[in-house]
Design a protein around this ligand. Structure first.
Ligand SMILES: *Cc1c(COP(=O)(O)O)cnc(C)c1O
Length: 470
């Protein structure tokens, strides 16, 4: 699709709708002439160059990439109206779209019935899930794995709940024996399982935790903010499908369409299996709710104003790339396969060591140095040297405990309490085409040598609009 054409059509469509109402004169206080705008805009675009090239295959740092062009056009078309999905009268069209995309996400996880809504982020979605957990299990604590997202501990403090970190095994998954000990010792009302940790992409054994739900009467919340859409690939035989199938039997799940769902930031989602949890949100607002119909989105969420445009963007994207194995699944599959291929290259490498086998599309590895201090230092060097020079490569680092490293790699000399290692998120499907080059480039950086293979086309040869078209 031609992004420029459809961006123009979005502006036209909004003008066509506006033209159906009586004309009026825009207030002069808003007036900005083109010349002044041009100068300010030139400054903006110049300043925006102070960025990492998230769109480019050489960027394999964090879980960031530009949104799909359909999401950009959908967002703009709705933003020109600027509906607020807090309440139905904030914009009926996008409120309905939100219900539709939420139903699609609920179906993706196998929820037969559901209550849910979009949020501005995964953190807000998890906060809502923990809030409902607190209301339904008053006075009880929350357990999450030591490798879970740092915001769970933070949100427990916000909610006045006691948070407990459960140790992980050597794959970075929650140790369920340790969890069971904790459930016997402490008053725990909710267990947060992570389906795809942010650091390594590890998937907690959700299917095995289901037995504990029955035995200890705990709620199970699945934080699938990053990993959630991989459930579409559970039937591919590339990873264990059981944890993904088990999500359907958990109490709540969070997924971030602004990570693997091709959306711009400002799009998370929380889903509850039992629609009755709506009772925990009861409140009365003197300002809103003049439409009588069924539950307003604002009556089942903690946030007030939210961009209706985020719902429109996701709705339009899912119309074209639905949440199915054949749709969005095909966008995630190349990164997953590339992670496996890269793991093989790393296993054979004399210069880099695979930290642990990738479960999803996050690869963790480190320069093959004999000591933790050496690993840490070489990692920092690869990170900064990689971004300098004519053929840059952008990775990220992950600080891991010394024990976690020596458990996986007993030959390492533990001369430091922890060490940074390298981490790459293969979130862009194009990564498969440049994997060999990337690997050789990183091997060269690890040994301080220059690249062995030819440099790919320079970034100045890029297309003007930094979004992949499809
Ligand atoms: C990204 C992430 C979060 C936080 O989501 P935001 O959208 O960044 O607020 C929570 N949990 C996991 C597992 C994540 O990957």
């Amino acid at each position: 699709m031609d992004l420029q054409h459809w961006l123009g059509r979005a502006v036209e469509a909004s003008g066509e709708w506006a033209a159906e109402f009586a004309p009026f004169t825009p207030h002069p206080s808003h007036h900005v002439d083109d010349e002044r705008f041009g100068a300010a805009f030139a400054d903006l675009t110049k300043r925006l160059r102070d960025n990492y090239p998230f769109f480019h295959p050489s960027y394999v740092g964090q879980m960031v990439k530009p949104p799909h062009p359909a999401a950009v056009v959908g967002y703009l078309a709705a933003m020109l109206v600027n509906p607020n999905n807090h309440a139905r009268e904030g914009g009926p069209a996008t409120a309905d779209m939100e219900r539709e995309v939420i139903a699609e996400l609920a179906a993706m996880f196998g929820f037969r019935r559901h209550l849910g809504h979009l949020t501005t982020s995964g953190t807000m979605g998890n906060l809502e899930a923990l809030y409902v957990a607190r209301e339904s299990h008053p006075g009880a604590g929350v357990a999450y794995s030591a490798d879970s997202h740092f915001t769970h501990a933070r949100m427990c403090r916000v909610l006045g709940m006691e948070g407990h970190a459960v140790p992980v095994d050597r794959h970075g998954r929650m140790d369920l024996d340790a969890l069971e000990d904790l459930l016997r010792r402490e008053r725990i009302g909710t267990v947060v399982l992570t389906a795809g940790t942010t650091g390594t992409g590890a998937v907690d054994p959700v299917h095995e935790a289901l037995a504990l739900k029955a035995r200890f009467g705990v709620r199970l919340h699945v934080d699938a903010a990053y990993g959630g859409f991989f459930t579409l690939l559970a039937g591919e035989g590339l990873f264990d499908r059981r944890p993904w199938d088990a999500i359907a039997f958990c109490d709540s799940v969070v997924v971030d369409p602004h990570k693997h769902g091709l959306q711009p930031y400002g799009c998370g989602a929380v889903l509850f299996r039992d629609p009755q949890v709506a009772r925990h949100y009861r409140h009365d607002s003197p300002y809103t709710y003049f439409t009588p119909s069924d539950l307003h989105l604002g009556e089942i969420s903690l946030e007030c104003s939210r961009a209706g445009a985020a719902a429109a963007a996701l709705w339009l994207t899912l119309r074209l790339l639905p949440a199915t194995p054949e749709g969005l699944g095909q966008v995630l599959l190349p990164g997953l396969k590339a992670a496996r291929r890269w793991a093989d290259l790393l296993r054979a490498s004399p210069h880099l060591t695979l930290y642990q086998p990738p479960e999803l599309d996050i690869v963790t590895y480190f320069p093959s140095e004999p000591t933790l201090a050496g690993v840490d230092e070489a990692t920092a060097r690869v990170l900064s040297d990689g971004m300098a020079g004519p053929d840059p490569v952008y990775v990220s680092t992950l600080r891991v405990d010394g024990d976690a490293l020596t458990e996986r790699h007993p030959w390492l000399v533990a001369d430091a309490p922890n060490a940074r290692i390298l981490r790459s998120v293969l979130i862009k499907p194009e990564i498969g085409d440049s994997l060999e080059h990337l690997h050789q480039r990183l091997e060269g950086l690890a040994t301080g040598r220059s690249p062995r293979c030819p440099v790919p086309p320079s970034p100045s040869a890029r297309p003007p609009v930094p979004t992949p078209s499809r």
